[in-house]
Design a protein around this ligand. Structure first.
Ligand SMILES: *Cc1c(COP(=O)(O)O)cnc(C)c1O
Length: 418
């Protein structure tokens, strides 16, 4: 469900025309819908009413502080993977005590900062990290709440770059070594074990890997119990997919409904860490056609967005729908590759798209709310795009387009010779 729809021939974001936004802030421009974002969060929350639960939105999917603030207002928790993301949660007015800290490479500085701010827990990914957290907590004379992230060795059936729950992946602790690590943690003076977590991958469109993983975690919880280790929460991670093309992932409600029976009588608080499922279809990337070009083999639409603005097509060969912002009532479809101006053959937003377009037309790349702006860069010295949040008939610029001066910020020349 999302609030990007045509009215007549014009694409709207809620009650604001995309063409009007583009005319006001220029292109490329990310446009988000507040109603869509909030709806997706609420669907998870409503599906989980019967259970003590916490939704920890995965900040890395889209970390704009306005967006985090809207989720914080709904009562959301957060899943972070860096000290920078924790700073964003704080800046956005998020509740630090509802924040879990994932990631394989937390530095001492990040650990210290997170301890001092009072996060809900560290999701630990290795024995070495457990020792580091115990040491930092000892220095601060604190007790660090931790969860251990296990790698359940299930195949998420998704793109290899976003599979995280297989033995060969760098994430988590192999499930057969989890018990000794829990026992080690239980002995540490400055560690309090409160949870067990996993995250097996992203853009999963099938329920079975989630169920397989959860079954393995539940066996482990029973095993922990018989070794006198009681945990308070189980965190099943994120990873629920969305529809980009013709995928039919379970809805958030179906996803929750499938997990619930396995959790009955477990007396555990359930944490989930959805990112893409909340924000993916709550955003589009608006871009305009700079040139049309035809060579012997192909038609190209060269647009003003590129792989530096939206990396997913180049990085994962991801498919996102590309639609006209104003449909042309007359004219013929032609088959285009939609490419950017960056000097890389991988710089495309979509291939073989049938469109009826002219130079100067606006296009919308759909489903761009997650892993869009956050993965953008300044490659080719391109200022990063503006971001806009639409709320009913209002639009708010939530990040200004970068300026050329921003590009050189922090750079300096060597002293003059002589
Ligand atoms: C990326 C990530 C998520 C969110 O994944 P989505 O596929 O966006 O739901 C959740 N938890 C962890 C630990 C992650 O790394």
């Amino acid at each position: 469900m999302n609030h990007f729809e045509y009215r007549g021939n014009s694409l709207f974001a809620e009650d604001v025309s995309v063409a009007e936004i583009a005319a006001t802030v220029g292109t490329p421009c990310y446009i988000y819908s507040r109603a869509t974002l909030e709806h997706h969060w609420q669907v998870f929350d409503e599906a989980l009413v019967s259970l003590d639960h916490l939704i920890c939105y995965s900040v890395k999917a889209n970390s704009n502080i306005a967006l985090l603030n809207l989720l914080a207002r709904l009562g959301s928790g957060f899943d972070i993977v860096s000290g920078g993301e924790l700073e964003r949660v704080i800046k956005a007015g998020g509740d630090v005590s509802k924040t879990v800290f994932s990631g394989v490479g937390k530095t001492d500085q990040e650990i210290q900062f997170a301890l001092q701010t009072g996060i809900h827990c560290f999701n630990i990914e290795s024995a070495a990290e457990l020792t580091a957290i115990d040491n930092v907590a000892s220095r601060l004379d604190q007790v660090a709440p931790v969860s251990i992230r296990v790698n359940p060795d299930v195949d998420a059936h998704t793109h290899p770059y976003i599979s995280t729950g297989l033995k060969e992946n760098k994430f988590g602790v192999e499930i057969e070594y989890a018990l000794p690590l829990f026992q080690q943690a239980a002995q540490m003076a400055h560690i309090k074990v409160i949870g067990l977590d996993c995250h097996i991958g992203s853009q999963l469109t099938d329920m079975s890997p989630f169920i397989d993983a959860l079954q393995r975690l539940i066996l482990l919880i029973d095993d922990l119990k018989s070794n006198d280790i009681e945990i308070e929460h189980l965190d099943v991670g994120g990873g629920l997919g969305i529809t980009y093309d013709n995928e039919s992932p379970p809805s958030p409600a179906e996803y929750v409904k499938a997990l619930l029976p396995l959790l009955e009588n477990k007396k555990l608080k359930l944490l989930i860490e959805p990112g893409r499922a909340i924000v993916g279809n709550a955003g589009i990337l608006a871009t305009s056609v700079t040139y049309l070009k035809t060579n012997a083999e192909k038609h190209f639409a060269i647009v003003d967005s590129a792989m530096n603005d939206l990396l997913r097509p180049a990085l994962y060969d991801a498919w996102q729908n590309i639609i006209p912002v104003e449909k042309r009532p007359e004219g013929k479809l032609k088959n285009y590759d939609i490419v950017g101006p960056v000097c890389e053959t991988a710089d495309f937003l979509g291939k073989n798209r049938d469109l009826n377009i002219q130079q100067g037309d606006l296009l919308a790349v759909c489903s761009a709310g997650a892993y869009g702006f956050v993965m953008s860069s300044n490659y080719n010295s391109r200022p990063r795009a503006a971001e806009v949040m639409v709320d009913g008939d209002q639009m708010h610029v939530i990040r200004q387009r970068e300026t050329i001066a921003d590009l050189f910020k922090g750079e300096s020349l060597l002293p003059d010779p002589g």
